[in-house]
Write a protein that binds this ligand. Structure first.
Ligand SMILES: [Zn+2]
Ligand SMILES: [Zn+2]
Length: 279
């Protein structure tokens, strides 16, 4: 037993054991400039000690090289990793091992997150593109928070894949680009591209349904076809099979309190007389 040698104990979940890593050297902590404090709290990088314990790289065991004589890409050929980097690597490695065991689960969870992100982008865009004040309402807040959390989870998975996977760098880059492209598409397509009128369309649908309910019919769907500032031209599908063209006018009402006030008028377009609504 070498009692003099300083070691760091790290629990390796996948091996279900705790491993003692001998400390190779101690380095001055650059994050807190050796003070051990960051923002008046103990520095998370050196745990408040001001110095960082360097351990043998867990992938190359300090040899700086991997399998086919290539430079180790975990420690960048330094042979050592800090305690924090070792823990991060082990957590990312765990993620990759879980993925290998059950890839369908991780893929489904990430796809579900992307769908949640897309739905939230759709809802949020419906508020943001009509009136910026509407994004201060709770449906907009909730969709923003839920969407960001779901999207963030996908990026965390991507980061773990990049850190902990032994795939060649080129393959990892291709996977990363594909996931980021999906992420951007999940925001852009249901959001700014197709979702910018979703809120006004649902409001107009309710207004039309209310207006024609006495005739025993309702409105199934409203689709905005063009817009000019607060004026929207739309097509409404009625439950009796009729399709009518309407003008939707959104009016901001400024209130002294923090409440959001607005009014929405929906007027059918009279094709014969070509008279449209005044206000
Ligand atoms: Zn520090
Ligand atoms: Zn290494």
């Amino acid at each position: 037993m070498q009692n003099q040698e300083e070691t760091v104990q790290i629990h390796i979940k996948s091996m279900e054991k705790t491993v003692n890593f001998p400390v190779r050297s101690s380095e001055f902590c650059k994050r807190c400039k050796g003070s051990g404090k960051k923002d008046k709290r103990p520095c998370p990088y050196c745990c408040g000690s001001g110095s960082v314990k360097m351990l043998d790289c867990i992938r190359c065991n300090g040899t700086k090289l991997i399998d086919n004589g290539l430079k180790c890409n975990v420690c960048n050929g330094n042979g050592t990793l800090s305690e924090v980097e070792t823990r991060e690597f082990l957590s990312a490695r765990q993620f990759c091992e879980n993925f290998k065991k059950n890839p369908a689960k991780t893929i489904l969870v990430c796809l579900a997150c992307l769908v949640a992100l897309a739905i939230c982008a759709h809802i949020f865009s419906g508020y943001a593109f009509i009136d910026y004040r509407l994004i201060k309402s709770w449906p907009a807040y909730i969709s923003l928070i839920v969407g960001l959390c779901a999207g963030f989870y996908v990026l965390v998975c991507l980061n773990k894949m990049n850190k902990g996977s032994y795939l060649p760098q080129f393959t990892k880059t291709i996977i990363s680009i594909a996931i980021i492209a999906l992420w951007i598409a999940a925001v852009a397509i249901p959001g700014p591209v197709t979702g910018r009128y979703c809120w006004i369309e649902s409001q107009a649908k309710d207004i039309i349904s209310n207006g024609i309910s006495s005739q025993g019919i309702s409105c199934n769907k409203v689709k905005v076809i063009s817009s000019d500032s607060d004026e929207y031209r739309a097509i409404a599908d009625l439950s009796n099979g009729e399709i009518i063209e309407v003008n939707i006018h959104y009016k901001k009402i400024y209130a002294h309190n923090h409440k959001i006030n607005y009014s929405i008028d929906v007027v059918p377009v009279d094709r014969n007389g070509d008279s449209s609504n005044g206000e």
